[in-house]
Design a protein around this ligand. Structure first.
Ligand SMILES: [Mn+2]
Length: 239
């Protein structure tokens, strides 16, 4: 059984979400072969030296303990935590995956992503995304003192919160053509992603092929995940 979670946005300001994560890691996650974290586990991650922070180290230790129990943890970083890197992987035992991963689920070719790259209607964001993901930028980032990075991260976050209030829901959602293109390019019939905080199962037609798109839920006080087992895909929330 494989489980999928995303968009927990863990941070000390929301202990109820951290509690939900702890319950999930001590409960349902233990039964999984693989736990997929499809981005935005952390509300921000400015570099793997963030592991020095006690809160972050606590979360990383929870992951390490799950890995020690024999559960594989695979992380596709999101737009908030794309700086998650090798050191985090080494500390936790989780694998840091590329932006797009294809795999077979219940006999069907599927593709996994965080989802922000599909929001192509938001052009200013896509420009920022292209620049911030350049390897040179990562190198420069590590030469920047952590307190400066934290300040920049806070600025970017408050801009994005302000933006969510003003721009339309459509702009914040995925672009249908970008979804179809990803499914074509990867020859997948199923896409699982997070990011938009609009949990749903969508059925769509791509060149005459019936496809589905699962959007993972963002977390608050309750654990929520997608389960891929012998019965196919099932969205679950803790009782
Ligand atoms: Mn996101």
């Amino acid at each position: 059984m494989q489980l999928f979670i995303s968009d927990l946005h863990l941070n000390p300001a929301h202990p109820e979400t951290t509690e939900a994560f702890r319950r999930f890691m001590a409960g349902p996650a233990q039964a999984a072969d693989t736990l997929w974290i499809l981005g935005d586990l952390f509300n921000y991650w400015t570099g793997d030296d963030d592991l020095r922070d006690a809160f972050n180290a606590g979360i990383a230790t929870d992951i390490r303990q799950l890995v020690a129990r024999g559960v594989r943890v695979r992380i596709i970083p999101g737009n908030r935590d794309f700086m998650l890197s090798r050191r985090f992987g080494k500390f936790t035992g989780a694998s840091i995956e590329p932006e797009i991963v294809t795999l077979e689920l219940a006999g069907k070719p599927c593709v996994l992503a965080h989802g922000d790259e599909l929001c192509t209607d938001d052009e200013p964001y896509q420009r920022y995304r292209r620049i911030s993901r350049l390897p040179i930028w990562k190198a420069v980032t590590y030469l920047t003192p952590e307190f400066v990075r934290l300040r920049i991260a806070t600025r970017i976050r408050s801009n994005s919160v302000a933006k969510k209030k003003t721009v339309s829901r459509k702009l914040m959602d995925v672009n249908q053509e970008a979804v179809a293109n990803l499914l074509r390019k990867t020859h997948a019939v199923c896409l699982i992603h997070g990011h938009t905080h609009m949990p749903a199962r969508h059925v769509l037609d791509v060149d005459g092929k019936a496809c589905e798109r699962w959007v993972l839920a963002d977390w608050h006080a309750t654990a929520t995940w997608l389960e891929a087992g012998p019965q196919g895909l099932i969205a679950r929330t803790e009782a």
